[in-house]
Design a protein around this ligand. Structure first.
Ligand SMILES: Nc1nc2c(ncn2[C@@H]2O[C@H](COP(=O)(O)OP(=O)(O)O)[C@@H](O)[C@H]2O)c(=O)[nH]1
Ligand SMILES: [Mg+2]
Length: 232
C-alpha cells in the first residue's frame, strides 16, 4: 500500500462543499434539484415549516434536513450556514430555477484563490423565467448598491459560494429577505474580492414565495432599503 492509497477515502464521504437550500414547500422541485448535486457536494435542506412533503423527500434523497421554525429566507439560509461543516458553503434556491450541477464552476473561483465571494448572475433561459417586475427591481437594486456601497454587480442573485469560516465571521444579522444583500455589503466592507459568473435561470417549479408575490416583494424592498440606508 502506498501513501496515496492510505488517504484514498471515498469521495462522497468528505463534503468539500455544503450546499444550503432554503426550502418552503418545494416538494415538486426538490427531486430534480437534489439529483443535480455534484459528487462531494452535500445538500443541506433547511425546511422552514413546509406543509408539503419537502422534508421527507429531501431525507429520502439523502440530504441533511435542518428544521428552522423562524420564517424568513435569511433565517433559513443562516441556519444552513450554521449547520454546515465543509470548508466551502454554497447557497442555491430549492425551486429548480437554478441548476446545482453548475456549482463547481463557481466554487473553483474560490478554491483557486481568485475571489472570496462568487455570485451567480442570473441569465434567463426563457422569457418567462424572470418576471418583468422582479427584473426591473433587481436592476434598480444593482444601481443603488453601486451608488451607496460602490460595489459593481449586475445581479444580486441567490446562488453563491464562499469560505465557511469567512461567512461566519461576517456576523450576518438579517433573517428575512435582506440576507443576500447583507452578505454582499459586509463581504465588501471586509475587503473581500467579489465576482459574478453567468448562470442559467429557468422558470421555477411551483409557486414563488418572495419576488413572485406582492407581500414578498414588499418585504424584500423594505429589508434591502434598510440595509442600504445603513451603509456608511
Ligand atoms: N426556508 C425558507 N425558505 C424560503 C422562504 N421563502 C422562500 N424560501 C425559499 O427560498 C428560495 C427562494 O424563494 P422563491 O419563492 O423562489 O423566491 P423568488 O425566486 O424571489 O421567487 C426557495 O427555495 C424557497 O423555497 C422562507 O421564508 N423560508
Ligand atoms: Mg425562486
Amino acid at each position: 500500500m502506498t501513501d496515496t492509497d492510505a488517504v484514498d477515502v471515498p469521495q462522497a464521504s468528505i463534503a468539500l462543499v455544503d450546499v444550503v437550500l432554503p426550502c418552503l414547500n418545494e416538494a415538486a422541485a426538490l427531486p430534480w434539484v437534489l439529483s443535480r448535486l455534484p459528487e462531494g457536494y452535500r445538500a443541506i435542506v433547511v425546511d422552514n415549516g413546509s406543509t408539503d412533503a419537502s422534508a421527507e423527500i429531501a431525507r429520502a434523497a439523502g440530504a441533511t434536513v435542518v428544521a428552522e421554525s423562524r420564517r424568513g429566507f435569511g433565517a433559513a439560509a443562516h441556519a444552513g450556514l450554521l449547520a454546515a461543516t465543509a470548508p466551502i458553503v454554497a447557497f442555491c434556491d430549492a425551486d429548480a430555477s437554478m441548476d446545482p450541477s453548475i456549482l463547481p464552476v463557481l466554487v473553483k473561483r474560490i478554491t483557486d484563490g481568485r475571489t472570496e465571494l462568487i455570485l451567480g448572475r442570473r441569465v434567463p433561459t426563457t422569457r418567462g423565467a424572470w418576471p418583468l417586475h422582479a427584473r426591473f427591481a433587481n436592476r434598480a437594486l444593482s444601481f443603488l448598491i453601486k451608488r451607496r456601497a460602490r460595489i459593481a454587480i449586475k445581479d444580486l442573485g441567490p446562488m453563491r459560494a464562499a469560505n465557511r469560516e469567512g461567512l461566519l465571521s461576517l456576523d450576518l444579522r438579517d433573517r428575512r429577505s435582506g440576507y443576500p444583500l447583507e452578505m454582499l455589503l459586509k463581504a465588501s466592507a471586509a475587503g473581500w474580492r467579489i465576482e459574478e459568473l453567468d448562470t442559467p435561470y429557468s422558470p421555477r417549479v411551483g409557486r414563488s414565495k418572495v419576488t413572485g408575490t406582492i407581500r414578498g416583494t414588499y418585504i424584500a424592498v423594505k429589508d434591502m432599503s434598510k440595509l442600504l440606508r445603513e451603509v456608511q
